[in-house]
Design a protein around this ligand. Sequence first.
Ligand code: BT5
Length: 269
Amino acid sequence: MDEQLLIHALKGLPVPAIQYFDSLGSTNDLALQWAAQGAPQGALVYAETQTAGRGRFDRRWFTPPAAALAFSLILRPDQLETRSLGLFSPLAGLAVALSFEQFGLSPQIKWPNDVLLDRKKVCGVLVEAVWQTDQVQALVIGIGINVASSAVPPAADLIYPATSLQDVLGSPPDRPRLLASVLQNLFTLRSTLSDPSFMQLWQDRLAFRGEWVQVQQPGQPPVIGQLQGVDSEGCLLLLAASGSQVTIRVGDVHLRPNDDSQPLGGRLC
Ligand code: BT5
């Protein structure tokens, strides 16, 4: 997609400024700088390919040319929203999931925000913040979507199985239209962040419900339990084998299905 196509596709959306790149290190890196320099709410950084795309924990995100969507949206949370910053990751995942549903697909959200098709990862989300002392100045919502099959990295580079929209649909959908749809959903859903309806939309699409999963939190032993859902703050609820309920806060965690479908003996991430 060239810059003109991008601008045309986003007409009518509250995106007041766009930076387009044929090739860029990471759209999140540029958006963080731009946000710190005063980029307006809704400003967008888009790249056809990323040479240093980032996942969480500084992992790599693969974005080959013309095969994916890779973009970062700058939002400036209001007072109320700053109390639920953890919900912006699922907000992005949900916006993508709702767009996929327009193709008749049944996406699921691997808590808190990866989007899965056929239990394989098709989209990753990286939300980062610009802070000034203890105040959030801006959030950068980075989204990467595998559109064509060639966007999917070689299996050896993956920590979780991956797929693309082309793999599932048979042909790649129109990228400008998909981007516009995701942004539209994101803006619409943002106004419902504090509504029970938002949690319900998320809950209904939660992957692995009722299944045994393990959650790995940095520096802690893995937690294994049956996935029950999310609570009103977006925390993940697991039922441990002991019968006790475990609450996992939205944060930097790894979640995997527990291969043995049993409460014990789960594979480490
Ligand atoms: C994520 O991290 O899933 C967040 C990815 C966010 C990427 C977007 S693209 C636009 C914006 N600019 C950036 O620089 N980043 C954001 P995480 O959960 O840590 O997953 C990373 C792992 O996913 C890697 O270690 C690989 O195993 C795998 N991976 C890398 N590229 C992939 C791809 N295209 N599709 C599926 N899996 C991938």
